[in-house]
Design a protein around this ligand. Structure first.
Ligand code: PT1
Length: 284
């Protein structure tokens, strides 16, 4: 699949490293700022580590969307994200993804070297569909129930998988009607979902394969892993790898993570077994 000027083979699991450019970030980001100012050299060091560990995409975000987070202005988001995209575009041969819902940032990011629009609001903000159509970059459409500030207050579904698939189907149609034709999908782990909802989505991820689009997943350091392991954010890597291997087995081809090195190894192990000749596959 083409991502701007670069191409990735999505028949191989690709690892997307997370670069949160938010001073108040969930287990990271904070260290990239000092006295409220963005330290570009620290961002470049963090990116360099992830690229050397095997990340083929880097997801750059200037708005926290973790539970409880309040929205930031597009102006603020642009000031955080654009200098980072420009700095990374000239230094690393990877796909730069911009984690945004903002129409103005979608347009500016394309000019700053982004190859993918990653939108947790699935292009529902004013002007976002038109902006994505204009820049002609692929878009990852994610499912979220509610908004980050309140989404974890008693989320309820009939059938969570049917509801997520139905939402994604309607956003895919809206994109196609607006000329946004290169799409990926993401069930949105932790976005208006209880632990049980997240586990059901992971177990039934193959049902999203019927939408015939590449699947991206992000579970890295999330509360669902804390609930299962009893561990703090920075100690959830092993739980995150276990969950991601299940996602690979169930059809995910891009894994969004803070812990690139471990995930790259996990993908190698999963591929080695998955790619065995048909005669060596499990019989049951
Ligand atoms: C994601 C994702 C994202 N997650 C995509 N983009 C975040 N495509 C940001 C928690 O439960 O899964 N897919 N961009 C981060 N958001 C969260 C949500 C962080 C929930 C933490 C939690 O702890």
């Amino acid at each position: 699949m083409r991502f701007g000027s670069r191409t990735l083979d999505l028949s191989i699991v690709q690892v997307m490293g997370i670069l949160n450019i938010t001073p108040d970030s969930f287990s990271d980001g904070g260290e990239l700022f000092s006295a409220g100012l963005l330290r570009l050299e620290k961002v470049i060091d963090r990116a360099s580590l992830m690229v050397r560990a095997g990340a083929t995409l880097l997801d750059v975000g200037g708005e926290s969307t973790r539970p409880g987070a309040e929205p930031v202005s597009s102006q603020q988001e642009m000031e955080r994200v654009l200098p980072v995209l420009q700095a990374l575009a000239t230094r690393f041969d990877v796909v730069l993804s911009v984690d945004t819902s903002s129409a103005v940032l979608i347009k500016a990011a394309a000019g700053a070297g982004a190859g993918l629009i990653n939108d947790v609001r699935a292009l529902t903000e004013p002007g976002a569909l038109a902006a994505a159509a204009q820049v002609q970059l692929p878009v990852c459409l994610m499912h979220m129930k509610g908004a980050p500030a309140t989404m974890q207050k008693q989320p309820a579904y009939g059938d969570v998988v049917a509801e997520v698939a139905g939402f994604l189907r309607s956003r895919i149609a809206a994109c196609q009607n607006s000329g946004v034709n290169e799409l990926l999908i993401d069930p949105g782990f932790g976005f208006g979902k209880t632990l049980q909802h997240n586990l059901v989505l992971l177990a039934r991820l193959p049902e999203l394969q019927t939408l015939n689009l590449p699947i991206l997943v992000g579970m890295s350091r999330k509360r669902m892993l804390g609930e299962l392991s009893g561990k703090m954010e920075q100690e959830r890597e092993a739980a995150g790898i276990a969950a991601a291997v299940l996602a690979m087995q169930n059809g995910a081809c891009i894994i969004r993570t803070h812990d690139v090195a471990g995930m790259v190894d996990a993908a190698k192990v999963w591929h080695a077994v998955n790619d065995l000749a048909p005669g060596q596959q499990a019989k049951r």
